[in-house]
Design a protein around this ligand. Structure first.
Ligand code: HEC
Length: 116
């Protein structure tokens, strides 16, 4: 009987330790996941968020510090082609839901500088 109790104690301790390990892991921001899921990284890299671009073109901006010169509201319109940058529309139109676009641009708005 004592052995069963000890066994249970060990199992419970292991489960508790897993819980602590999970809680300690930094969660990926929803916007970052949306950025990848929306295939924005086909063109853009974000060095500060450790996202590599899949594009070989040099004229596509890295978005590491985009939040320091663009507001989330503006980006939302820009990605729906309702606003222009340098007199040009963004090459792609955001296809997902409005709620997802909001999460995405809010995350972009938090990107203030390029981390080295
Ligand atoms: C087909 C390639 C391509 C894809 C896919 C793409 N972009 Fe872009 N994006 C560009 C190019 C090129 C520019 C620069 C346009 C210009 O300066 O006229 C740009 C500009 C931007 C800018 C403005 C940067 C600044 O500093 O003003 C943001 C923000 C942006 N893109 C976000 C996104 C997001 C979010 C996605 C995914 C939903 C995405 N892009 C998908 C090519 C792309």
């Amino acid at each position: 009987m004592k052995n069963v109790f000890l066994y249970l104690l060990v199992v419970v301790t292991i489960i508790a330790l897993y819980g602590v390990a999970y809680a300690g892991m930094p969660e990926e921001p929803a916007g970052k996941k949306l950025f990848i899921d929306s295939k924005c990284n086909m063109c853009h890299g974000i060095q500060s968020a450790a996202i590599e671009t899949k594009s070989k073109k040099k004229d596509i901006p890295d978005l590491s510090g985009v939040g320091s010169h663009r507001k989330a509201d503006f980006l939302k319109k820009y990605l729906l082609k309702q606003e222009k940058v340098n007199d040009k529309n963004h090459p792609t139109n955001f296809k997902g839901s409005d709620a997802d676009l909001t999460k995405l641009v809010e995350w972009l708005g938090t990107l203030k500088e390029a981390k080295k």
